[in-house]
Design a protein around this ligand. Structure first.
Ligand code: IPM
Ligand code: MN
Length: 366
């Protein structure tokens, strides 16, 4: 079997972590006898430098023709001027919207050996296993925005817009995920203030009640959700929320897993290729130093195998390989405690790829 993968390495640490994910995918391809082709294209800041656009049309065409898209990260100080006409982030947002990737799955699993180095108290973290389903092509990220004159100078506005259909489809993704997990969905909004959130809440309630009667549905306001995520993270199974709330809550949730560098994501539509990227950004402060954690990117590649390539044994094997090397003490700087010796991005990738090759069949699926 053959799969074509578009690789958009992007900016900052993006290229460094993408190389490691390709290495690990090469190892599963060898192990399970499938062939993968990787084709690179430009996105983000590097695309701006080379073509003037953050999302060249060649890149969109390549993605549409591929089975899946792997993306590193976009952005960096070089392109951060608030007055700039084009921004690297437009590349990523454009891709999500062009490919209609409305559901962003961000699983947060706490690996036990990382608990001692986490910033939160260990007894709260044991057994945390949650999934945030973030709406990705609507809300305040995509609503009308602009600037206009104002007596004090100028005013600027962004608008949060959600339609019934947009809410229904992402809540269905959450409902289906919950049925395969622990049958609970918490929908997060700000319905005490925002009209878009009031439509979100009634729509989410209706979809969950009518279409997922076995799933326990609850609603939380986003401020309370942010608090409960730290107070008792174990109580959450699936959370579903809008674009901006999901962005913020998943950075928060990453600290449960020890580091932003650990978390993968999958962005999916109704059909067509999925987009797989770690939740961390381009991390310009550490780019080029070979110390970035490639695990979030590698786990995103595992999600790609599962969601877009229907290749479950590869997904399981990569996830087990990551657990194995973490259990064996492999730590990049972001997850190292003071007495661990931190290893490089490349070394972490090498160890995971080796584990993929060497795990026994029982270990690879356990
Ligand atoms: C993320 C990032 C992006 C977002 C940025 C880079 C546009 O923070 O994927 O979480 O806000 O969605
Ligand atoms: Mn983010």
């Amino acid at each position: 079997m053959f799969h074509s993968i578009a690789v958009l390495a992007g900016d900052g640490v993006g290229p460094e972590v993408v190389v490691e994910a390709r290495k690990v995918l090469g190892a599963v391809a060898d192990r399970f006898g499938r062939s993968l082709s990787f084709t690179e294209a430009l996105v983000g800041g590097r695309a701006i430098d080379e073509t003037g656009s953050a999302l060249p049309s060649d890149t969109i065409d390549l993605c549409r023709q591929s089975d899946a898209v792997l993306l590193g990260a976009v952005g960096g100080p070089k392109w951060d001027d608030p007055g700039a006409a084009v921004r690297p982030e437009q590349g990523l947002l454009g891709l999500r919207s062009e490919l209609q990737l409305f559901a962003n799955l961000r699983p947060v699993r706490v690996l036990r050996p990382l608990i001692p180095s986490a910033v939160l108290r260990g007894d709260l973290l044991e057994g945390v296993d949650l999934l945030v389903v973030r709406e990705l092509t609507g809300g305040i990220y995509f609503g009308p925005r602009g600037r206009r004159r104002h007596p004090s100078g100028e005013e600027a506005f962004d608008t949060m817009v959600y339609s019934t259909g947009e809410i229904e489809r992402v809540v269905r993704v959450a409902g289906r995920a919950a049925c395969a997990r622990r049958n609970s969905v918490v929908s997060v909004d700000k319905a005490n203030v925002l009209e878009a959130s009031r439509l979100w809440r009634v729509t989410a309630s209706r979809v969950l009640e009518e279409e997922f009667p076995t799933v326990k549905a609850e609603h939380l306001l986003v401020d309370a959700a942010a608090m409960h995520l730290l107070r008792c993270p174990r109580r959450f199974d699936v959370m579903v929320t809008g674009n901006m709330f999901g962005d913020i809550l998943t950075d928060e949730a990453s600290m449960l897993a020890g580091s932003m560098g650990m978390l993968p994501s999958a962005s999916l539509g109704d059909s067509g290729p999925g987009l797989y990227e770690p939740i961390h950004g381009s991390a310009p402060d550490i780019a080029g130093r070979g110390i970035a954690n490639p695990v979030g990117m590698i786990l995103s590649a595992a999600m790609m195998c599962r969601e877009s390539l229907a290749w479950l044994e590869a997904a399981d094997c990569i996830e087990r390989a990551v657990e194995c090397v973490i259990n064996a003490g492999a730590r990049t700087a972001d997850i190292a405690s003071t007495d661990d010796k931190a290893i490089s991005t490349v070394e972490m990738g090498d160890r995971i790829a080796t584990a993929v090759r060497e795990l026994s069949p029982a270990e690879a699926t356990a």
